[in-house]
Ligand binder design. Sequence first.
Ligand SMILES: *[C@@H]1O[C@H](CO)[C@@H](O)[C@H](O)[C@H]1NC(C)=O
Ligand SMILES: *[C@@H]1O[C@H](CO)[C@@H](O)[C@H](O)[C@H]1NC(C)=O
Length: 285
Amino acid sequence: MNGGTIGGAGGPTTTVTSLSALRSAVSGASPKIIQISGIIAGDGNTIDVGNHTTVVGIGSNSGVTGGGFRVKKGTNVIFRNLQLSKSPAPTDLIELQTSTNIWVDHNTFTSDLDHGKDFYDGQLDMNHGTDFVTVSWNVFQQHFKCSLVGGSDNTGSEDSGHLRVTYHHNHFFEINSRTPSLRFGTAHIYSNFFDNILDSAVDSRDGAQTLIEDNQFTNVANPVETTLNGGFAVQRGNVFTNTTLDPNLAVGTLTSVPYSYTADPASSVASIVQANTGAGKVTGL
Ligand SMILES: *[C@@H]1O[C@H](CO)[C@@H](O)[C@H](O)[C@H]1NC(C)=O
Ligand SMILES: *[C@@H]1O[C@H](CO)[C@@H](O)[C@H](O)[C@H]1NC(C)=O
């Protein structure tokens, strides 16, 4: 959508092993591919990523801990094959602010549930009119507030008509809430495995429209919420195991999307997703 997302394709490839080298390498607007080798310790502040950038981990255990990435007023960025963990608030593991054309693919996001719910910030948050984001084949695990799309009830003027996001084939495991929580935007959520969600999974609010199809929900307190918060949902083809769908969902208008896609049936999603999600499952770019 919107011309497509190729990240740094065609630009030079740089391999980094330190925080200072990473910060420097991902800055600037020219096309570039940044490979991270090993786990880089962050300093709690954002690592700001410039336009036309691919950030990719080498092997199964490369990424950042104790800090996170931000794309602010940017476009065309890919995050792939990264291990991202434990970023203390207020830094998210990935924050997309006023940015377009972002692909977050085959990463593992890990925190813990030992601290209070506000100790870490989001694993993948999007706000201030961000648009055209695909979140595919990631593991999101052991975290309180996973993915917030639309940061505030007061940003409708920036966010309405934007925040168009797709989540597919992700494994949400031992998360408290926000897989995702969506304000104002439009989300297509298909063939994900929601696996032990302690509070709520998809939370549609402030007029958000969601199409939720072919997902497996297992041991989820509230799989889809709308009525408490003024959002909408169309749900079809989902399998609910040890969980009960709210019978009073506010049914929305999002019944089709403007691109082609291949959903896997919900009955196969748990096994397909567990075999193929997260860092270490893809090689190269
Ligand atoms: C990055 O892309 C955005 C969106 O096209 C643009 O507004 C911004 O000026 C670009 N930044 C740089 C440094 O070129
Ligand atoms: C469903 O819940 C029961 C009781 O808590 C538990 O024993 C069982 O393992 C759960 N099923 C699945 C598929 O997790």
